[in-house]
Design a protein around this ligand. Structure first.
Ligand code: DLL
Length: 439
C-alpha cells in the first residue's frame, strides 16, 4: 500500500499527465464517436443537428464543435423522462434526477460502463485531492437521487478506501462517528462542513485534534474566504471538487492538493468551453463566462454542448502538480442565482466573502429578494458570533452594509440575527430566497 505522504501519486498517471497534443487527438477521436452515437440514437439530437444544418461527419477538428447546437436544461425537461437516452432503457442500470424544484426534474441515466467510468473519475478526483488507498472516508454527501453521495461512495471504494456512508443530517451523530472512526477525508458540501464544525464546538469536541486532514467539498458555490474558515475550524485542507448530474455527477474536475487553485478538468472524458451567455460565442482562454460541457464517453446519455449556467473562467497555466489537464477556476455562481441589484450583477459568494471578513459574524447567511415599487431590494440575513453582545449588533450591521457598498458597489439591507437563527444546511445551502412572486 502507498504511504500517505507519497508525493506525486496519481490514479491515472498516463492520462493525467498526457501531453496536450495527444490529449487533443484523444478528444477528437472520442468526440467524433459520441456525436455519431448521439445523432444516431437520440431523436432530440437528430432534430437539433438537422435544424442547425450539421451532421457528425461535418466535425473535422475540435473547433468545428462550435457549429453544433447547445443542449439546455429545458430541453432535458421537455424530453422527460427517458427521451435523452441513447441506449434501450433496459441497458440503463441507474437513474438519478435533479431536485426538480423548478418544474420537472431532469433525468440522467447510466449504463454499467458509465458507472464504471464515474467511479474511476471519482477515484482520480479523490487522489488529486490528496486521498490515498486505505484512507477512512466519512461521506456526508446526501445519498439518493442527488449524485453526491453515491458518486463519492463508489469512487472511494474504487480507490480502496474504507467508506462510511453517513449521508447528510443527524449532525450530532456525525461528530461521534468522526471522533470514533478517525476519518482522514470528509466529503460534504462546504455549508454542511461548517455546520459540522459548529456542532463539534457545541459538543466540546476539538475536531482539529482528530485525524481529519482533507475536506473534499463541492456541489455549491463557496468563496476562498470560506475555504480559509473551513481549513481553520476543521484543521484540514479544504479542496474544491466540481460536477453536475446532467454531465455525470461529482468528479468532472477536482483541485489538486498541491496547488488548491482551480480544479483540473478531466479533459479525456469531457470537453469544456467558456461562452458569452448573451452572444453564445466562445470566449478566449482566461475570460469569464458560462461553462459549456460535452461528454466524450458517457454512453447512456451523451450531452452535447450542455449549458451549465455556471459562471467561471479557465486557465492553461501549467500546474505545480504536473497534471496537464487545464484548470477551471472557482465557480462564482450560477447565472440563475445571480442577482441584479440596481443594475449591478451580484453573486451570493461575493456577499459570503465579505461576511467572512467580519470577525463578529458566523458566515451563515441568506439573501432575501423583495420588490418595493419597481425596485428589487436585497436583504442579507446573517448571524453574530455567540460571544458578541446584543449592543454591538447595530454597529456590525452598519459596518457590513458599508463594506458591501464599497466592495461590490450595491446597497443591501443587512440584518444581524442571534446565533442559530439562519437555517442550517444539511446538503446544498439555500442562499437566495426570492419573495417577489409571493408579495
Ligand atoms: O452538485 C454534483 C456534486 C456533488 C458536485 C458533490 C460536487 C460534489 P447537481 O446537484 O446536479 O450535482 O448540481 C450541479 O452544483 O451546476 C453548480 O452550479 C453547482 N456546483 C457543483 N460543484 C460546485 C463547486 C452536484 N465545486 C450544480 N463550486 C452545478 C460551485 C458547484 N458550484
Amino acid at each position: 500500500m502507498l504511504n500517505r505522504t507519497d508525493e506525486g501519486y496519481m490514479f491515472d498517471p498516463e492520462i493525467e499527465t498526457m501531453p496536450r497534443d495527444q490529449l487533443a487527438a484523444l478528444q477528437l477521436c472520442k468526440l467524433k464517436k459520441i456525436l455519431r452515437h448521439a445523432y444516431g440514437n437520440v431523436p432530440h439530437y437528430k432534430n437539433t443537428f438537422d435544424a442547425a444544418g450539421v451532421t457528425p461527419s461535418d466535425l473535422k477538428s475540435i473547433h468545428d464543435l462550435v457549429s453544433f447546437p447547445f443542449t439546455t436544461k429545458d430541453e432535458l425537461r421537455n424530453n422527460y423522462p427517458f427521451g435523452m437516452f441513447a441506449v434501450p432503457r433496459d441497458e440503463v442500470v441507474r437513474v438519478h434526477t435533479s431536485s426538480g424544484s423548478t418544474g420537472r426534474p431532469t433525468v440522467v441515466g447510466y449504463t454499467m460502463k458509465d458507472l464504471d467510468l464515474w467511479s474511476s473519475l471519482m477515484a482520480r478526483t479523490m487522489v488529486c485531492a490528496g486521498t490515498r488507498p486505505g484512507d477512512f472516508v466519512h461521506n456526508a454527501l446526501g445519498y439518493g437521487l442527488f449524485t453526491g453521495g453515491l458518486g463519492a461512495h463508489y469512487g472511494a471504494e474504487r480507490l480502496g478506501c474504507t467508506v462510511m456512508p453517513v449521508s447528510g443530517g443527524s449532525t450530532g451523530r456525525q461528530i461521534a462517528l468522526l471522533r470514533d472512526f478517525g476519518a482522514r477525508l470528509l466529503c460534504a458540501t462546504p455549508s454542511y462542513a461548517l455546520n459540522i464544525a459548529e456542532q463539534a464546538d457545541r459538543d466540546g469536541y476539538d475536531i482539529r485534534s482528530g485525524e481529519l486532514e482533507i475536506g473534499l467539498f463541492g456541489a455549491e458555490p463557496w468563496s476562498e474566504a470560506m475555504r480559509s474558515e473551513l481549513d481553520e475550524r476543521l484543521g484540514i485542507k479544504a479542496v474544491d471538487c466540481y460536477g453536475l448530474s446532467e454531465i455525470m455527477g461529482p468528479g468532472v474536475g477536482a483541485e489538486c492538493i498541491e496547488a488548491r487553485n482551480g480544479f483540473h478538468a478531466w479533459e479525456d472524458c469531457f470537453l469544456f468551453e467558456i461562452i458569452d451567455p448573451e452572444t453564445e460565442q466562445p470566449l478566449p482562454m482566461g475570460e469569464t463566462g458560462e461553462l459549456v460541457i460535452t461528454t466524450l464517453a458517457k454512453w447512456a446519455q451523451p450531452m452535447i454542448r450542455f449549458r451549465t449556467r455556471d459562471v467561471t473562467q479557465m486557465t492553461d497555466e501549467p500546474c505545480v502538480c504536473g497534471r496537464t489537464h487545464r484548470r477551471i477556476l472557482r465557480i462564482t455562481g450560477r447565472n440563475d442565482d445571480m442577482l441584479i441589484i440596481r443594475g449591478v450583477n451580484v453573486f451570493p459568494s461575493q456577499i459570503e466573502a465579505i461576511l467572512l471578513d467580519c470577525p463578529d459574524i458566523d458566515p451563515h447567511y441568506q439573501l432575501l429578494v423583495q420588490r418595493t415599487g419597481t425596485m428589487d431590494v436585497v436583504t442579507v440575513e446573517t448571524e453574530a458570533k455567540q460571544s458578541v453582545p446584543l449592543d454591538d449588533y447595530a454597529k456590525i450591521t452598519n459596518d457590513i452594509e458599508n463594506h458591501i457598498k464599497s466592495k461590490i458597489g450595491v446597497t443591501c439591507r443587512v440584518v444581524v440575527l442571534r446565533p442559530g437563527l439562519v437555517p442550517r444546511s444539511e446538503g446544498k445551502a439555500v442562499r437566495v430566497r426570492d419573495l417577489r412572486e409571493k408579495e
